[in-house]
Design a protein around this ligand. Structure first.
Ligand code: ATP
Ligand SMILES: Nc1nc2c(ncn2[C@@H]2O[C@H](COP(=O)(O)O)[C@@H](O)[C@H]2O)c(=O)[nH]1
Length: 196
């Protein structure tokens, strides 16, 4: 794959991936492009179709998967999620650093492709803090919250396996976590900025 190296952000739901990513994109206009995933979950208040996700149905998404339109897909907390080839291509065509926000299953599938991204895991300081963040976010039902916490336990274990991630950032203090993320991506950011 040509162009700047993509970045995979993974980690438990509620760890702070979107918070860090949105800040990174806002502070570096014209450097990053978000790979807009498909999902079968319902939009949250404020989420826009085509910007945050391509909101779709199981049937439509399955059709796309069967046609080979996705580089990876997974079931998470009762819904389908997936990264289409078109989502990556849209960002690559603009020569931007492509950011993918995917769960641990997505990380595994992407490792089987030739995307060659930088793999970053965003982890919460503890399960207790993660649960508090998810509850405070007020986006989940009790059932989906429990499913997400269950997935988080597994994610936190797997992220400790050597070689899965290039870097693991503990998102305790947001400012410090953000500085760490910027530092890791500094070389790629410089490359894009010097070209434009
Ligand atoms: N360092 C932090 N300290 C306190 N609260 C935080 C911190 N980072 C993020 N949060 C808050 O935690 C909640 C979860 O963050 P966010 O939505 O970014 O998580 P996420 O990893 O993108 O989750 P998901 O995978 O479900 O989309 C948000 O309400 C966010 O404001
Ligand atoms: N494997 C994939 N996982 C994805 C994708 N897009 C998002 N995600 C992950 O799903 C959970 C839940 O996200 P939410 O927006 O419903 O809170 C989270 O861990 C994301 O990283 C994808 O395309 N593929």
């Amino acid at each position: 794959m040509s162009g700047p190296r993509p970045v995979v952000l993974s980690g438990p739901s509620g760890a702070g991936k979107s918070t860090l990513m949105k800040r990174l994109m806002k502070d570096h206009e014209g450097v990053f492009g978000f790979s807009v995933s498909h999902t079968t979950r319902n939009p949250r208040p404020g989420e826009e179709d085509g910007k945050d996700y391509h909101f779709t149905t199981r049937e439509v998404m399955q059709e796309g998967i069967d046609k080979g339109e996705f580089i990876e897909n997974a079931e998470f907390s009762g819904n389908f999620y997936g990264t289409s080839k078109a989502a990556i291509e849209d960002v690559r065509a603009k020569n931007l650093i492509c950011i993918l926000d995917v769960d641990i299953q997505g990380v595994r599938r992407i490792k089987e492709t030739d995307l060659n991204p930088i793999y970053i895991s965003i982890q919460p300081p503890s399960m207790e803090i993660l649960e508090k963040r998810l509850r405070d976010r007020q986006t989940e039902t009790e059932e989906s919250l429990q499913k997400r916490l269950e997935a988080a336990r597994l994610d936190m274990e797997l992220s400790k396996e050597p070689g899965v991630f290039d870097v693991v950032i503990i998102n305790d203090d947001l400012e410090r976590a953000y500085e760490e993320l910027k530092e890791i991506l500094n070389d790629e950011i410089q490359k894009v900025q010097t070209k434009s």
